[in-house]
Each structure stands twice: as structure tokens, then as C-alpha cells.
Design a protein around this ligand. Structure first.
Ligand SMILES: [Zn+2]
Length: 150
């Protein structure tokens, strides 16, 4: 198996719902997201996926989804209130409490696989690992447990 990894920075606000501590308050992070893609074989150019394609097909879409947005759990009452007040697309309602762990799992299980499918890569490679750094020292990693040889 071969892997390639790209790092990408986004800025976003969030708060943890039903949490007792500092993170219950709306605050922001400069997140560093690492995506690792895996394949058994390279293409004729010797690549799993061109880094420029990772940027244009995957990371640019991540920017549209979360960069400079406020990520709130769709069950969080603040989510609906802020959406009403701001009346724009800056609040991103997510179906999970926006912890680094849940963000990594969502990107690894849903968001990036759908984009690989849409761009014709789904039968050539898989998302192997997603790491979300909330700070320089704290990160969460989702691992693809169903990684199989193709
Ligand atoms: Zn936080």
C-alpha cells in the first residue's frame, strides 16, 4: 500500500454543546487538517493522486464547507438562533458535537469519500486517515478500519 498526505489550514469557530467547561463558549481555532489517501498502485505518472488535484478536488471543497464558518451541532439551540440572526451561510450546522474527533470521522467517512466518488477516484484510492489538529499540541485522528487491498 502507498499513501500520500496533504496538510491544510482552516479557521473556524465552534462550541461544544452540553459540555461543562471552557469549550461550551463560542470560540475559534486555526485547525490543521491532514488527509492521507491510500492506494495499492500508482497511475502511469507514478502518483496516487496529484497533490494539485487533492487541493482542487478535496481541500478547496473543505474550505467552502468549513473555512471561516461557525460549526455548531444541529441540536444546539445557538445554531438555529445564529442562523436566524446572521441570515447567511456562515453558520454550518453539523449532525454532531463539533469535537476534533467527530470532525475527523465525518471527513473520513462521509465528506472526502463522496468527493472522491464525484471526481472518479473512488475505485482507485481510499481515505486512509484524517487528523484534525485543534491546537499545535492537541489532535484527533480517524483511521480507516475497513482499509482493504484492491
Ligand atoms: Zn474548541
Amino acid at each position: 500500500m502507498l499513501t500520500v498526505t496533504s496538510r491544510h489550514k482552516i479557521s473556524a469557530a465552534h462550541r461544544l454543546y452540553d459540555y461543562n467547561g471552557k469549550c461550551e463558549h463560542l470560540h475559534g481555532h486555526n485547525y490543521l487538517i491532514e488527509i492521507t489517501l491510500a492506494a495499492d498502485h500508482t497511475d502511469s505518472l507514478g502518483m496516487i493522486m496529484d497533490f494539485s488535484k487533492i487541493k482542487s478536488c478535496l481541500l478547496a471543497e473543505l474550505d467552502k464547507l468549513w473555512d471561516h464558518r461557525t460549526l455548531l451541532f444541529d441540536q444546539d439551540p445557538l445554531c438555529l438562533s445564529l442562523q436566524k440572526v446572521l441570515a447567511d451561510a456562515s453558520v454550518c450546522a453539523v449532525p454532531f458535537n463539533p469535537t476534533a474527533e467527530n470532525m475527523a470521522a465525518y471527513l473520513g467517512l462521509e465528506f472526502f469519500p463522496k468527493l472522491l466518488q464525484a471526481n472518479g477516484y473512488a475505485d482507485k484510492l481510499t481515505v486512509n486517515k484524517i487528523t484534525v489538529f485543534e491546537t499545535e499540541n492537541n489532535s484527533a485522528t480517524w483511521h480507516n478500519d475497513e482499509q482493504t487491498s484492491r
